[in-house]
Design a binder for this molecule. Structure first.
Ligand SMILES: NC(=O)c1ccc[n+]([C@@H]2O[C@H](COP(=O)([O-])OP(=O)(O)OC[C@H]3O[C@@H](n4cnc5c(N)ncnc54)[C@H](OP(=O)(O)O)[C@@H]3O)[C@@H](O)[C@H]2O)c1
Length: 277
């Protein structure tokens, strides 16, 4: 994937890797000269080169114990759990070209496909287009008041069994983080506002996943432990009524923080997208 413009150092945790997720970023999101594909090639070729390189990087080479080459069976071929298209291309035709190239890797080399930063109309096309044989399983977007906290997209995801992965939960939401609701839940449960905000966002539905962007192993560990603790606190019947108050207050807060212009702007974005289609 390369994509230095936006890439970050992953935090290494000693808890094992449960999933490998990577993405294809087209030229405009890449640092010139570092693209993991030939920028002059066609979109399908660029996508193939990028995926093949990721799979090559995941290959089993030599045994760390003996240094000997490992012979692998078909069942042991490397695969990617989830592959995302980082952004829709400027046109829908190009986005579909990339998508239909990616879907040929499913299910053997890629298990699930997803898209980042796509609007609802683009998502709907990827869901309904005749050329699409593998529908998106994951949608990754910034969780933010400017986009109405993705209410429409989240509804679409919930209705269609799509995982909604959100980023920017802390970085893009200082007002939520310092709100009385979030700080109150943190205080009540003995956790931190960061953990309480992650919890309340994930609590919006079982299809919601939060991406944690810390570069600190200590913070990641504290967040994971804090979330486990808060989930246990939430499961305690004694806290049920109190938790429900926080849930309701958080839902009201999301509605209140949505700017009145947002709906109008979102609607016009939708119209533009439909015209592009
Ligand atoms: N698809 C896309 O277009 C896209 C765009 C942006 C991000 N992402 C993904 O989303 C992931 C999340 O990134 P984000 O920046 O949006 O994450 P975030 O969780 O909203 O914010 C992380 C920032 O908050 C700070 N922080 C302070 N206390 C923290 C705590 N208790 N737990 C976690 N962070 C804390 C971190 O600083 P320290 O590092 O000092 O802890 C870091 O600067 C990234 O890893 C990236 O893969 C995807």
């Amino acid at each position: 994937m390369c994509q230095k413009k936006t890439s970050r150092c992953p935090v290494r945790l000693n808890i094992g890797v449960s999933q490998i997720q990577t993405k294809f970023t087209w030229t405009s999101g890449q640092d010139p000269g570092t693209e993991p594909f030939d920028v002059n090639a066609s979109i399908p070729q660029q996508v193939r080169q990028s995926v093949d390189r990721s799979l090559y990087n995941l290959r089993h080479g030599t045994s760390p114990a003996t240094g000997q080459a490992i012979t692998i069976t078909d069942a042991e071929q490397p695969y990617i759990d989830c592959f995302l298209l980082h952004n829709p291309f400027p046109t829908l035709v190009q986005t579909l070209q990339a998508w239909t190239t990616l879907q040929r890797y499913v299910p053997h080399s890629i298990r699930r496909l997803g898209i980042c930063n796509a609007s609802l109309p683009i998502l709907q096309v990827l869901y309904l287009a005749k050329s699409v044989t593998v529908r998106p399983s994951v949608v990754q977007r910034r969780f933010h008041a400017d986009t109405n906290y993705d209410t429409d997209i989240r509804t679409f995801c919930a209705e269609n069994g799509i995982e909604y992965q959100c980023y920017g939960v802390l970085k893009s939401n200082p007002a939520l983080l310092s709100s009385a609701v979030v700080c109150g839940l943190a205080r009540e449960s003995g956790t931190t506002p960061e953990v309480a905000l992650y919890f309340l966002v994930m609590d919006l539905g079982s299809y919601v996943r939060v991406l944690n962007g810390t570069r600190s192993v200590d913070r990641m560990t504290m967040d994971i432990n804090g979330l486990r603790f808060l989930k246990e606190w939430a499961a305690d019947n004694q806290n049920e009524a109190c938790l429900q108050e926080y849930r309701d207050a958080f839902a009201a807060l999301l509605t209140r923080r949505t700017s009145p212009e947002v709906s109008t702007r979102l609607n016009s974005e939708v119209q533009e997208d439909i015209l592009t289609v």
